[in-house]
Write a protein that binds this ligand. Sequence first.
Ligand SMILES: NC(=O)C1=CN([C@@H]2O[C@H](COP(=O)(O)OP(=O)(O)OC[C@H]3O[C@@H](n4cnc5c(N)ncnc54)[C@H](OP(=O)(O)O)[C@@H]3O)[C@@H](O)[C@H]2O)C=CC1
Ligand SMILES: O=C(O)C1=N[C@H](C(=O)O)C[C@H](O)C1
Length: 234
Amino acid sequence: MNIAIVGYGKMGKAIEEILIERGHHVVAKLNQKPTSQDLENVDVAIEFSNPEVAYENIKTLLEHKIPTISGTTGWLDRLEEIKAINQENNAAFIYGSNFSLGVNLFFELNAHLAKLMRNYPQYQVEIEEIHHTQKLDAPSGTAISLAEQIFDQSNLTNWELDGKSEEKNLPIYAKRIENVPGTHTVSYVSDIDTIEIKHTAHSRKGFALGAVIAAEWIHGKQGFFTMKDVLGLT
Ligand SMILES: NC(=O)C1=CN([C@@H]2O[C@H](COP(=O)(O)OP(=O)(O)OC[C@H]3O[C@@H](n4cnc5c(N)ncnc54)[C@H](OP(=O)(O)O)[C@@H]3O)[C@@H](O)[C@H]2O)C=CC1
Ligand SMILES: O=C(O)C1=N[C@H](C(=O)O)C[C@H](O)C1
């Protein structure tokens, strides 16, 4: 397939490597909003840019009816607008806060554990995420997805960065350490013990491979999808 990489930074470059390994053609590598000319002959676009610009990029891609994968975090307050634009244009869009297979399995485990823990109020849940020092947003998109799964199974309704001021808030602790690709831990802490589940990415390869698999999957489809659809976890 002919692929446009929108956001040619750390993730864009990791994605390019996998695309080439899997026999795809990278026909555009952009660090700015795509133009109509950039999008000629593009089968699928993969967008990993930054929270400030992602909405405009995705809107432009969908208005050009380019099937689009986006992994950019920190703009999700506008996801409903993007879903509407996607529908109006009969286009196709996949958003994932984390494209790695491992984290998507971890999401399943998190949902299951949250359901189990509903009956044990002596355990207090918290999330920790650790990322490299260049990361612009906190908490991570993955930590927010984990928190939302816990809200579905508990009386908690909001997350709170680095603490808990309200009874219904779930604390997310965000740490920034040089060169860490992404580590997420969900802990249930009681006076007696702690139960923890943890995912540690060893590199960006898993995120990049998942995004390329999503691009291969979306070609020829219409609608809004997630990695649950791509991986058959629905
Ligand atoms: N969902 C997932 O699985 C994952 C998501 N992410 C997310 O992906 C995003 C990118 O991460 P990462 O690659 O590490 O970040 P980088 O900062 O390394 O890359 C971002 C790139 O976007 C470019 N850019 C700036 N403005 C625009 C624009 N208007 N249009 C297109 N590109 C632009 C930047 O160019 P310049 O340097 O010239 O400004 C830079 O090359 C983040 O939001 C991160 O959280 C990261 C890993 C996995
Ligand atoms: O910025 C990153 O690097 C990452 N961002 C995503 C997030 O915010 O969850 C996914 C991954 O953890 C790496």
